[in-house]
Design a protein around this ligand. Structure first.
Ligand code: S3P
Length: 440
């Protein structure tokens, strides 16, 4: 299905984007093995979180959600660490990499067999990064030549402890190993080449599990002690997703008459690399009403338009904005000078190849962007023109191209727009509410 985006003059108004996908999935999975009733307030309701919810139900966890169209609360009746039931059917993770990789960790030490499978898009994503270290913990886990499905055979004894130096900075791999560590007979320590999002650690701590984190220069060491007590249930309110907010934030920076306030945004420093990069580009985004909710920093984000200058992004910055490169690329097309992204080869194995694919689509709109082996180079500022572009079935490419369409001269047609439902089913609806087209 196609979506047409027309040029806009500004984004104006106040918006709470939907809640955080990473936190909702983690809370569902941890709530499932906690003992007692977990309440997840303002959960994200999207294809990815529905996949996690259905997998948890398939494992015997009763989950109630209040009213459609979008639930304001989920009640998860946790079954305890040993209370999940094996499923004879594969657990279908749809297109959610987070669900599959975290479940692989959570199920690796269970006393039943499991198969984790997903939609074709997920079947193309690498899984050896989790199956290999899980095997080092003694789990009987196999993948299909590095890809889904993942098959887990019942564990006959506790998993071993592990000290693992991750070759790539990945929160999903770290989280899978920490969750497997709940079923180990000795600590699990994960050393990250650069600190990644720490939502799993925060939620584990809220459940009463001992998790320690030591950040030294660019590396982080996270360790988990196997729990001796049942996990406490969670009672959390999920903040708005910074990665969803990022599309509106950048659009408001680039459209000269904008005035935008984004409410309740999760501003965990492991996620907000884009704010630092925008500040280096000459744009000050204000965080107001800063507070802590359910163990996560939250703020209202106030955005005003700015003229941007080019920037270089590399090293530890990459992990802190790993999901923001599609929208960063759009910002870079409007920045004065040559922007360069390095050390970001992981972008090749996201929902699409975000180096080659994104560059190809933005070039159709007149952008001067070249992919490299581990990033991309963008020359700006470049006027964009409307075109027919392909979302590549990637929600973040779709939303970034929609923002490019607001800046372009003429109409932009997005082919494959419904993929935004992975994390943001109402994206185009919210965009239409904020867009100002005429001179006000
Ligand atoms: C996520 C971690 C990141 C990110 C993904 C969500 C998570 O992936 O790109 O969208 O919830 O842990 P990696 O761990 O593969 O970097």
């Amino acid at each position: 299905m196609e979506q047409v985006v027309r040029p806009a003059r500004a984004l104006r108004g106040v918006l709470r984007v939907p809640s955080d996908r990473s936190i909702t999935v983690r809370a569902l999975l941890l709530g499932s093995v906690a003992e007692g009733l977990s309440r997840i307030r303002l959960p994200l309701d999207s294809e990815d979180t529905q996949a996690a919810l259905e997998c948890a139900r398939q494992l015997g966890v009763p989950i109630e959600r209040d009213d459609a169209p979008s639930p304001s609360e989920l009640e998860v009746r946790g079954r305890g660490l040993r209370g999940l039931c094996g499923s004879t059917q594969p657990l279908f993770c749809n297109a959610s990499g987070t669900t599959m990789r975290l479940l692989a960790g959570l199920l690796a030490g269970q006393r039943f067999d499991s198969v984790l499978d997903g939609a074709p898009q997920l079947r193309r994503r690498p899984m050896r990064r989790v199956t290999e270290p899980l095997r080092q913990m003694g789990a009987n886990v196999t993948d299909a030549e590095g890809f889904p499905p993942i098959t887990i055979r019942a564990a006959t004894r506790p998993l071993h402890g592990l000290r693992y130096e991750m070759p790539i900075a990945s929160a999903q791999v770290k989280s899978a190993l920490l969750l497997a560590g709940l079923y180990a007979d000795a600590p699990v320590e994960v050393i990250e080449p650069a600190p990644t999002r720490d939502h799993t650690e925060r939620l584990l701590q809220a459940c009463g599990v001992t998790v320690r984190c030591n950040v030294k220069e660019e590396r982080a060491a996270v360790s988990l002690l196997p729990p001796t007590q049942p996990l406490h249930p969670l009672d959390i309110t999920v903040p708005a997703d910074f990665s969803s907010a990022a599309f509106f934030l950048v659009a408001a920076v680039l459209l000269p008459a904008s005035e935008l306030r984004l409410l309740d945004v999760g501003v965990n420093p492991t996620r907000t690399g884009l704010l630092d990069v925008l500040s280096e580009m000459g744009c000050a985004v204000r965080l107001e009403a800063q507070r802590n909710e359910g163990g996560e920093p939250v703020a209202d984000v106030v955005v005003q338009p700015a003229e941007l200058r080019a920037v270089e992004v590399r090293g530890a910055q990459i992990a802190r904005m790993i999901d923001e490169f599609p929208i960063f690329a759009v910002a870079a097309t409007q920045a004065r000078g040559v922007s360069v992204v390095r050390d970001a080869q992981e972008l090749r194995v996201k929902e699409s190849n975000r180096l080659e694919g994104l560059a190809g689509e933005l070039r159709k709109m007149g952008a001067r962007i070249e992919p490299t082996a581990d990033g991309f180079i963008v020359e700006g500022p470049t006027p964009l023109r409307g075109a027919v572009v392909d979302t590549l079935g990637d929600h973040r490419v779709a939303m970034a191209l929609a923002v490019a369409g607001l800046l372009a001269d003429g109409e932009t047609t997005l082919v494959g727009a419904p993929c935004v439902s992975k994390t943001y089913p109402l994206f185009f609806h919210h965009l239409a509410q904020l867009v100002v087209r005429e001179h006000a």
